[in-house]
Each structure stands twice: as C-alpha cells, then as structure tokens.
Design a binder for this molecule. Structure first.
Ligand code: GDP
Ligand code: GDP
Length: 455
C-alpha cells in the first residue's frame, strides 16, 4: 500500500472506521419537557433534531448517528411524543417501552429544577424491569447553584446523577464519557446468530398493510411450540416461529398485535415502533399494500431500514385483491418508487389466502446471505482493476482520479473502503456500486462504499 501513497496506518484506520457492523443504540427517555430533544441535539452535534419543530408537526425521524471520543453509536430520541395523546404517564410509558426495548443502554433525563416526579418513578420501574444499563442525566443545571438539585436525584436509586445543561452544554462531556462506559462496543449480543440463536426478523410497514395478518398466518400455519428454546431467553414482545424447518425470531410482535388507536401522535408512535423493530432485527420484511398507491410513508420506512443497514425483503401484500388494471399500475409504481431497493428480493403475497407464503423464507435467506457476503481482497482488487481499466473515471480539471485498491472492511451489511488518487464523483461511485452488485450479488442488502483520497 505504501507505494500507492497511503501509509499503512492510514489504511488500517480507514478500514477500522468503515468496518463497523450495526452500531450500539442509546435510547433517550424521560418525561415531556425535561429537555430530551435539546440533549439529543447536543449529542449529535447538529441542530437537526426536533427542538425547533412547531407543535403538531409530525416528526418521523427518531434515530440519529452520533460520535463521541471516536466511538459511533445511534441515538433514539423519544422527545417527539405529544404529551396530550394518552395522558402523560401512559404516553411516557408507551414511548419508553419501545425505545428501551431496542436499546443497548438508556439515558434517562430528569429535570433537576423540578426534581423526581411520580412519572419519573414510573420510568425508573420500566428501566429496572428492562435491566439495561442506565445513565441518569440531571438536566437544566445551568450553573453551579443547580448542583444541589441534581444531587437529590440519588433518591431514584439509579446511581450517580450527572448534572448537565443541555441548553448550554455544561457537563455533557462527562455525561457522554459515562454513556460510552455503559454502551457495548457493538450490539452483537442482541443478534441471535452471534450466539447461535435464531435469526431476527422485523415485519414493518405502514398501518394496515397487513403486518398482523401476515404474522398470524405464519404463526398459525407453521408454528411449532417453541416457547423455551435451550439457551434463549424469551422476550415477551418477540415470538419464536418455525418456518421451513428453521426457528426464526419475529421481533416486536407485541407492537404489531397491540393496535394503538390514537388521534394525534399516531404517526410518531408508528415511526418509533418501526425504528425499534429495525434496530432489533437483522432482516426487515417490508410490507407494501398493493391495493394502495405506494406512498411517501412507505418510502420513509424503506429509507429507515436501508439507513440502518439491515437486510431487506419486500413483500407486496394483498395480492388476492389485484385486478389486471391495478396490477399494471402497480408495476409502473414499483419501477419508479422502489428504486432505492431494486436489489431487494420481492415476494407477492397474500396474508389472507396464504399465497406464496412458502416464498418468504427463501427470500429472507437470500437477503441474509447477501448481508453477510464477504469478498476476498484479492478477488475484489482483480475486479476493481478490471473496471478501472475498462471504465476509467472521467478526466476532471486535467486530472483523472483512479481507484488504486480497495478492501471489504465489514459485513452486515457489506462495507467497502476504496483508496483513490483523487475525488470520485457521485455518478462514478454509483457505477461502482452497480458493478459490485452485478459481480458479487449482494441481493437484499444495502452496501456501503467509502472512499479515501490520497493527500
Ligand atoms: P423534551 O420534551 O424532553 O424533548 O424537551 P425539550 O428538549 O423540547 O425541552 C423542553 C424545554 O426545556 C425547552 O424550552 C428547552 O429549551 C428547555 N431546556 C432544555 N434543556 C435545558 C437546560 O439545560 N436548561 C434550561 N434552562 N432549559 C432547558
Ligand atoms: P397492520 O396494521 O399492518 O397490522 O394490518 P392488518 O394485518 O391489521 O391488516 C389491515 C387490514 O387489511 C385488515 O382488514 C386485514 O384483514 C386486511 N388484509 C391484510 N392482509 C390482507 C391480504 O393479503 N389480502 C386482503 N384482501 N386483505 C388483507
């Protein structure tokens, strides 16, 4: 590598940075108005979260990537919940339930100027039950004088309260140091396969696409009683179902089965649930209601799954309802609206009649195989050499950037680092991704390509 102009350390660093699998997840929970969203803004270091949002505006973004002291993790912000939806206690509990469930550690935010309330105590109970590591933030300690308020929060029994001012940044560094201590390096322990347990599937899709019908269909027809598998703890919201001779874990099925009827806040609740399910799963089966136009909401859900780097299968449901005409338009919509997942295996199913249920498992297996594919470095570089020779990057400003070499830094999903002599244009990067897919498959998986440019 040295003769190509990159030193070994630089190469190693780039590979390590790009090679991470799924990131550990931190859930930020607490009552409304304690400053969760303000704190999330601090943590992600951007003004991208919700604080500026006007009341009543639906937020769908609930997960953000953050980095502190060189470590990357995800933050789930539960601050978008509208407090009048179910009554404060119920709504805090409902949002916390999903967020905690999907997290590797929790950041519990309390307003130190108010002190611990009954609702805070209720959240403490939820946190205890979940048994996840917890860091306690005593927020709104804007100055020295507030430190005493923070100290009273020892009474919650969660250990040391970290006094912070999310608004001004006071104390947030110490808080994040503590968070990193409690967050695992990688969320591998949540992934069944790491310990030889069942693979994890999330059924996602907008309300009424047929998630609960599909779950019932697969559970009723093919279920063997697998309540207690050796070596697995049964999570009450997850369900073990045997399909095609293999036991799978369908995650967050309680969220699917439990229908929540809300006037306002329903969209946010659905987004939070979807995000939580995706985080817990290795593969997302995204349901599309074929009797309806493919919508922006469908695409947002797809984007969430793609951005989270999960294996993806698209299930076009309610196929029993299709007539010739709708079918014609559906195929046109798929061509235009489903571009971001053209690589995902597709099954045309009916949760009602059971049509093509037998195709589901092979599709899931294909997607998981793509997700775990590793291309040996030698083979990758032979391939890169061929493309560069046959399709060089266009000349820009008298120079021609060249891919010098590359490596696959990680799997789940596949992540590549390319080392180049100059900046590679977006169009060329897309071309490389297309060619990688043609060559190596990667069916059903997003792939990440990062490019390092020689100084
Ligand atoms: P959330 O509902 O828990 O997400 O709370 P927000 O982040 O929306 O904050 C609620 C209110 O508290 C807003 O008016 C914030 O500006 C304010 N706030 C948040 N953090 C602090 C802080 O550290 N100090 C002070 N003084 N106000 C804060
Ligand atoms: P969820 O909100 O995504 O869990 O959707 P449900 O499973 O509750 O389904 C919403 C509605 O669509 C219900 O009335 C179901 O009976 C209906 N439905 C679900 N799957 C199918 C299907 O394959 N064909 C038809 N015709 N209806 C379906």
């Amino acid at each position: 590598a040295a003769e190509e102009g990159f030193d070994a350390e630089e190469v190693e660093g780039a590979i390590e940075e790009a090679g991470h699998g799924p990131l550990p997840v931190l859930a930020v929970v607490g009552r409304p108005n304690v400053g969760k969203s303000t704190l999330v803004n601090r943590i992600i270091g951007r003004r991208e979260a919700v604080v500026e949002d006007k009341p009543g505006v639906t937020r769908d973004r609930v997960t953000y990537e953050a980095e502190w002291a060189g470590r990357r993790f995800k933050v789930v912000d539960t601050g978008g919940w509208e407090q009048d939806v179910l009554g404060i206690d119920a709504s805090v509990a409902a949002q916390a339930e999903f967020a905690i469930e999907a997290a590797d550690a929790c950041l519990f935010v309390v307003d130190a100027t108010v002190g611990a309330t009954d609702t805070d105590e209720a959240v403490v109970k939820l946190l205890r039950r979940a048994g996840k590591p917890v860091v306690l933030a005593a927020n709104k300690v804007d100055g020295q004088s507030g430190e005493a308020d923070a100290a009273t929060l020892w009474s919650l029994g969660l250990g040391e309260p970290f006094p912070v001012s999310s608004l001004h940044g006071r104390g947030t560094g110490d808080l994040l140091d503590e968070v990193l201590k409690k967050l695992p390096e990688a969320p591998e322990q949540r992934f069944g396969n790491a310990v030889g347990g069942p693979r994890r599937i999330a059924l996602i899709g907008r309300p009424n696409v047929g998630k609960s019908s599909l779950l019932n269909k697969v559970a009723n027809e093919d279920r063997v009683v697998v309540n207690e598998l050796a070596g697995t703890t049964r999570d009450p919201v997850d369900e073990l179902i045997e399909l095609g001779g293999v036991t799978w874990k369908f995650v967050d099925t309680a969220g699917i089965r439990k229908k929540v009827h809300l006037q306002s806040g329903a969209d946010y609740y659905a987004s939070l649930r979807t995000a939580a399910a995706i985080e817990k799963a290795e593969v997302a089966v995204i349901l599309i209601d074929t009797t309806d136009k493919i919508s922006v909401q469908d695409q947002r859900i797809i984007t969430m799954a793609v951005e989270s780097g999960r294996a993806i299968v698209i299930a076009y449901n309610k196929w029993d309802e299709l007539d010739e005409e709708r079918r014609y338009y559906l195929e046109r919509e798929i061509e235009t609206e489903m571009q971001q997942v053209v690589w995902a295996p597709r099954v045309n199913v009916s949760a009602k009649t059971g049509r093509h249920m037998d195709k589901l498992v092979p599709a899931i297996e294909t997607a998981l195989a793509g997700w775990e594919t590793r291309v040996p470095t030698g083979r990758l570089n032979a391939f890169l050499g061929e493309i560069v020779a046959a399709h060089p990057h266009p000349i820009r400003g008298g120079k021609q950037p060249r891919i010098l070499f590359g490596t696959q830094a990680g799997t789940k999903p596949p992540r590549f680092v390319l080392f180049a002599s100059g900046f590679l244009e977006a169009g060329y990067r897309r071309f490389i991704e297309r060619r990688l897919r043609e060559e190596f498959g990667f069916e059903g998986t997003p792939i990440h390509i990062s490019v390092r440019v020689r100084e």
